[in-house]
Design a protein. Structure first.
Length: 276
């Protein structure tokens, strides 16, 4: 019987439930396409940290309520309604504040040592796109689209979007998408590697959850080391990355999960992993 544990996020603007070892985190401001806010964003940071550290969670699935993933920042808050406290901050204070907020959001998401999946029911724009790209895997509904968006409001980008975009689609396409802020439909996103797969709108949540559950049921130590290996592939030379990979492989041979996987293979059954 499927059980679900509802997590109190501190705001109705973010929902979180743990179901079958998958933490389903839902941005819940559908009336404004799940744009970030002063309530939603801190709650999202907290849930990424809490679920990332929770031993009862094997994978994180981030999605949006309604017909959008996340429209990015609150553009209205950039105008006459701008936070007066932030207006009074010095330049250095503003830089330090944004750097800290970025570190605790996309920075924290990149650092999670569990599989992370973004399910895009609709648009992912600006910082919303950065959040999706900070996940390991992106699944998009056919009606979804993405846009870097910053050009349209005269901004240069934040939350690591240039770094993330360049590593996913290459420098030429990253520059094109940043300099034009064009809307890129789901089919083209899949073609250029911005999303991993596109599914019918009605099947998005079902297929995204099934993929997340398959990973949550997997060998947690091996998955964590896989993420380390894949991260280092972008940072180190081949010899260094290869040597680190060898060390991690030997460590996984000593795990109970490895022994269980081998025994399950011999017995022609599905392995049951315990994360040890």
């Amino acid at each position: 019987m499927r059980t679900e544990i509802t997590i109190d996020t501190g705001t109705d603007e973010l929902l979180c439930a743990i179901r079958e070892r998958v933490a389903v985190i839902t941005l819940n401001r559908p009336a404004v396409r799940n744009a970030l806010s002063d309530d939603l964003t801190p709650a999202l940071r907290a849930m990424i940290k809490n679920c990332g550290e929770n031993p009862e969670v094997g994978a994180l699935l981030i999605t949006g309520a309604g017909a959008a993933f996340c429209a990015g920042g609150n553009i209205k808050g950039m105008g006459a309604h701008r936070d007066k406290k932030k207006l009074e901050m010095s330049f250095d204070e503003k830089v330090a504040d944004l750097q800290e907020r970025q570190r605790l959001l996309t920075g924290a998401l990149i650092s999670v040592r569990k599989p992370t999946i973004a399910a895009l029911p609709g648009p992912a724009v600006g910082a919303g796109l950065a959040i999706a790209m900070a996940c390991d895997i992106r699944i998009a509904a056919q009606s979804a689209f993405v846009s870097t968006g910053y050009l349209r409001v005269g901004l240069s980008g934040d939350y690591g979007i240039a770094w993330l975009l360049t590593r996913l689609v290459g420098t030429a396409r990253a520059r094109e998408l940043m300099f034009t802020a064009e809307k890129v439909d789901a089919a083209r996103c899949e073609a250029i590697g911005l999303v991993n797969r596109v599914v019918p709108d009605a099947k998005l949540q079902q297929e995204a959850f099934a993929l997340a559950k398959s990973m949550a049921d997997g060998p947690a130590i091996a998955l964590r080391y896989m993420k380390d290996n894949l991260d280092e592939a972008l940072l180190f030379d081949f010899a260094t990355a290869r040597d680190h990979e060898a060390e991690r492989l030997i460590r996984t041979t000593m795990t109970a999960d490895h022994r269980e996987a081998v025994q399950a293979f011999i017995e022609k059954r599905s392995a049951v992993f315990g994360g040890k």
